[in-house]
Design a protein around this ligand. Structure first.
Ligand SMILES: Nc1nc2c(c(=O)[nH]1)N[C@H]1C(S)=C(S)[C@@H](COP(=O)(O)O)O[C@H]1N2
Ligand SMILES: [Mo]
Length: 335
């Protein structure tokens, strides 16, 4: 914990103040020291790929407001930038340009395909190597854990990015409650598998259900949240309602949507994109401008809404917070 400003001491929901500036600017400007070369190129299958033809537009269809059935009050949005001063992307940007292969591979069509998706009632099974396994109703999670605002950059492996004001709670709060055993090393996450409700899952060329994983210390890091809303509103289906992971220093695909299962395990779990194309998508997938994707550069990115490109930051700008998690690791090999 490097910042005194940030603390995760439970507070009553009425006391919540949004925390967009929870870290000092200087901490974020710290540059990761690791010397990193470039990764060997490989010829691999096209899966998660940039599609320059699909641009979000400001005329994107307005998203109907989602109403929350129960749960603690959401913190009111007060931030207008991230901690580096970058303006937030608009609600329309965030809800009209999505990767969500369970519905469609077209980013601009997800909102439509997901519009009828029922996200209530919903349960999340938390188990594996824990003292207190439990199946939570999402309402329990909303009531039990303090919902906070977190303004994070989301950097897709396809080299576009957004600034998103999430609402969510720290995954660590949940993990502490279920008490991982000493043998626990990783956390595995799973998206709903239902080919009726998620028609994209009828495409047998993908290893459904979508799964993801984190090392336990990454999962316990205070920046790692379970997202339950954005812009002070409940999470829309296209963004992973009712509950999704948000890990801001990793490529966007690690932030798995629409979770039904969280399992604490001993072995590094298989993950969706790594299973499809291991040389392109590693288990760690930390944002790293020095390790190119075999098919494109990761040095720069297009911020949705901007015309030009900007430099990609090591660990997506969160190096001051997370680089110690990877001390001694070779980030080229362990991509
Ligand atoms: N279950 C599931 N989770 C997913 C995806 C997906 O296709 N299915 N896409 C990932 C990718 S590639 C990105 S960039 C982010 C996009 O999140 P957003 O649409 O809320 O911006 O979700 C990630 N989580
Ligand atoms: Mo992505």
């Amino acid at each position: 914990m490097k910042s005194e400003k940030f603390n995760s001491v439970p507070v009553k929901s009425s006391d919540i103040t949004p925390e967009p500036l929870y870290l000092s600017r200087r901490q974020f400007m710290k540059v990761a020291g690791a010397a990193i070369g470039s990764v060997a190129a490989g010829v691999l299958l096209a899966a998660c790929k940039p599609s320059p033809s699909e641009q979000p537009t400001s005329t994107g269809q307005p998203t109907p407001e989602v109403t929350r059935v129960s749960g603690t009050p959401l913190p009111t949005l007060t931030a207008s930038t991230d901690e580096l001063g970058n303006p937030l992307n608009s609600y329309d940007d965030i809800t009209n340009y999505n990767n969500f292969y369970e519905f469609t591979t077209s980013k601009t069509a997800v909102i439509n395909k997901a519009s009828q998706f029922q996200t209530y009632p919903w349960q999340v099974e938390v188990g594996g190597l824990v003292q207190n396994p439990k199946t939570y109703a999402v309402d329990d999670l909303l009531n039990r854990f303090v919902q906070k605002e977190r303004v994070y950059r989301l950097r897709c492996v396809e080299a576009w990015s957004m600034v998103i004001p999430w609402v969510g709670f720290e995954l660590a709060d949940l993990l502490k409650e279920v008490e991982p055993m000493t043998s626990a090393k990783y956390v595995r996450f799973e998206t709903l598998y239902d080919r009726t409700r998620m028609p994209g899952q009828r495409d047998g060329s993908y290893p459904w259900p979508y799964t993801e994983g984190l090392r336990l210390d990454e999962a316990m890091h205070r920046l790692t949240i379970l997202g339950t809303g954005l812009y002070g509103k409940p999470l829309p289906a296209e963004d992973g309602a009712p509950i999704r992971l948000v890990v801001p220093w990793k490529y966007g695909f690690k932030s798995i949507k629409t979770i039904v299962k969280i399992e604490i395990v001993e072995q590094q779990p298989a993950t969706f994109w790594n299973t499809l194309s291991p040389q392109e998508y590693g288990f760690y997938s930390n944002v790293n401008p020095k390790v190119d994707h075999p098919r494109w550069s990761q040095k720069s990115e297009r911020r949705i809404g901007d015309s030009g490109r900007r430099e990609t930051l090591m660990f997506n700008g969160y190096a001051g917070e997370v680089e110690s998690l990877y001390a001694g690791m070779n980030l080229v090999k362990d991509y």
